[in-house]
Design a protein around this ligand. Structure first.
Ligand code: URA
Length: 237
């Protein structure tokens, strides 16, 4: 692939801007400045340096963000900044989108990708990708509430009961819930339906992925292309 075309594919600007970056001596390959935009490079496994920053080539972007509170997942946020502002411009230009949504005040694991097929597979209701949430509740969590969460509660907008695949207390006011659906405000509405109230919510897992302990709020990292979790997590149907 030509170097300028590779930069273009990675979100570094228009074709013309990418060629100009190369000509300006801003791009290194293997530690050496390459100032010929049409120089051929082998993209697989390549790490280019652009303006001194290392950028591993990814044909498709898949990143994991530790979402802090105070950010919206919406593309056109209102009162709060978008989670996209936490990503570097090349990723934003590539059009990465959140895989599902977390509320403005929810923290934790959020995936973003520019791979439309993967996005569809991971958010499709029939895929039943398991998501694990830790909720802090206003009132003590009771055994009866746990049982009702597991057995299913009816939410306003849907007669089909919403069930937690698992629900357990992790402290007097703390609850860990596993959901395999992705309905709007699902955790908060399920907890409200059993007579309690979520005051803080965190997502620690998405499918087989856990939020890394060493990834602080507001930071992100690439996920390996070898991560086949979408296939591994598929439930039949
Ligand atoms: N359920 C909620 O209520 N909010 C979230 O952000 C995620 C799941």
């Amino acid at each position: 692939m030509q170097l300028a075309a590779l930069l273009f594919s990675q979100g570094f600007g228009t074709r013309r801007e990418c060629a100009a970056l190369v000509r300006a001596g801003e791009v290194r390959v293997g530690g050496v400045v390459v100032d010929e935009p049409w120089a051929e490079v082998e993209p697989t496994g390549l790490v280019v340096e652009v303006g001194g920053v290392a950028w591993p080539y990814h044909p498709r972007a898949l990143v994991l963000l530790h979402k802090p509170p105070g950010y919206e997942c919406s593309q056109k946020p209102g009162a709060w900044p978008s989670v996209m502002t936490l990503l570097p411009p090349p990723l934003r230009r590539r059009g990465v989108q959140p895989v599902g949504r977390l509320d403005q005040d929810t923290t934790g694991l959020l995936l973003l990708t520019d791979d439309g097929g993967l996005l569809h597979r991971l958010t499709h209701p029939k895929r039943h990708v398991a998501k694990v949430y830790q909720a802090t509740c206003a009132d003590p969590v009771t055994e009866d509430q746990l049982t009702r969460l597991r057995e299913g509660v009816v939410l306003h907008d849907d007669p089909a009961p919403a069930r937690a695949a698992s629900a357990a207390t992790t402290g007097p006011h703390a609850l860990e819930l596993t959901l395999t659906e992705g309905r709007y405000h699902q955790v908060k509405r399920m907890v409200a339906a059993v007579g309690n109230r979520v005051v803080a919510l965190h997502r620690s897992r998405f499918g087989p992925l856990a939020l890394p302990d060493d990834l602080p709020p507001g930071r992100w990292r690439w996920l390996d292309a070898g991560m086949r979790f979408d296939a591994a997590q598929d439930a039949p149907g």
